[in-house]
Design a protein around this ligand. Structure first.
Ligand SMILES: NC(=O)c1ccc[n+]([C@@H]2O[C@H](COP(=O)([O-])OP(=O)(O)OC[C@H]3O[C@@H](n4cnc5c(N)ncnc54)[C@H](O)[C@@H]3O)[C@@H](O)[C@H]2O)c1
Length: 301
């Protein structure tokens, strides 16, 4: 994703000045693709006065220090989803941001899809009875992905998109009940959700599928609104995912250049609520009981 976002920035006419990856060869390869970018030997070498913004696209366990340093220097940051392996990991970051706000964006890119924006508008006009969604995919082929200490587990890594989409389209989650195939390494998870509006929903996740089977449905009094496939197509509206990644980068860059945080659909304050809902789901299946997501314990308050 770091490469994806760096090249998107270049296409928008921005300059990628500094690249860091703990795999220095990977950083060097990306620097070659980004005209004139310098490779940093370590993150402490980052010269904050040379940059306008930073993109953090590490695996979830590595998040925190760079974002905190960005806040300290007053530098806007883009953070990939999920924000960490759990919300607790972000406590210091959220505290720092509260003390010194900077423009920030979290990579829940589906919020920028035309289809999703259109569906959200449509949902404002109808009474929602419930939602039902499934995300069945194969395992992500990265060494860190199946390690819960590094990724937070497959549900945290992949299904976070649908937990976030549920919140974006329907509202905050009040209570969750979940069961899984295996409590210590859940690869298939079934969740019931109750939203603060009283709406109920269900979510089925698995990484056992050979190909992507993805659908998000919202039931209304007069029919069903369905977003289909990885690109979440709705009626005639569908844009490929890489175009959506480019759009979220464009909106972040515009927000920074124009000083307009209102252009950002997902910031850390909101993404923490998605992380807390995911944490609640994982806690429910581990403890075999419902989890209440109490607003007053929320990190984002
Ligand atoms: N929005 C999306 O649709 C989407 C798609 C793919 C990945 N992602 C997210 O992007 C993040 C990264 O995924 P990826 O596919 O790019 O993984 P990746 O493994 O391809 O890249 C991660 C890079 O981070 C480097 N790294 C690891 N720890 C580091 C540290 N402490 N400091 C510096 N560099 C470190 C690794 O060497 C690697 O090059 C994940 O959170 C993932 O969920 C989002």
């Amino acid at each position: 994703m770091g490469r994806q976002h760096a090249l998107a920035c270049q296409r928008l006419g921005h300059r990628v000045r500094l690249v860091y990856d703990e795999d220095l060869n990977r950083a060097a390869q990306l620097a070659l693709e980004c005209d004139g970018a310098d490779v940093l030997a370590c993150p402490e070498d980052l010269m904050w006065d040379r940059i306008d913004a930073v993109f953090v696209c590490t695996p979830p366990h590595a998040r925190g220090p760079i974002e905190c340093a960005a806040i300290e220097s007053g530098t806007p940051f883009f953070l990939e989803k999920p924000v960490g392996i759990n919300a607790g990991q972000c406590a210091q970051l959220v505290g720092a941001l509260r003390t010194r706000p900077v423009i920030n964006s979290v990579g829940y890119m589906s919020r920028y899809r035309t289809s999703v924006r259109h569906a959200r508008e449509r949902l404002r006009r109808g009474a929602i009875i419930g939602m039902s969604a499934h995300w069945l995919a194969s395992k992500y082929n990265k060494g860190w992905w199946l390690d819960r200490n590094k990724s937070g587990g497959p549900f945290n890594e992949q299904c976070t998109h649908f937990v976030d989409l549920s919140r974006y389209l329907i509202g905050d989650v009040e209570q969750v009940v979940a069961v899984a195939d295996d409590k210590t390494m859940p690869l298939t998870v079934s969740v019931s959700l109750k939203f603060t509006t009283g709406v109920l929903g269900t979510l089925l996740y698995s990484c056992h599928s050979q190909h992507k089977q993805i659908r998000f449905q919202v039931f209304l009094e007069n029919g069903v609104l369905a977003l289909d496939g990885y690109d979440l197509a709705f009626e005639h509206l569908a844009a490929p995912t890489d175009a959506t990644w480019a759009l979220e980068v464009e909106m972040f860059c515009r927000a920074v250049a124009e000083g307009r945080p209102d252009l950002i659909e997902s910031d850390l304050k909101d993404a923490i609520k998605t992380q807390e809902a995911v944490d609640g789901i994982l806690s429910s299946l581990e403890n075999e009981q419902p989890t209440a997501l109490s607003a007053d314990k929320n990190l984002s308050v």
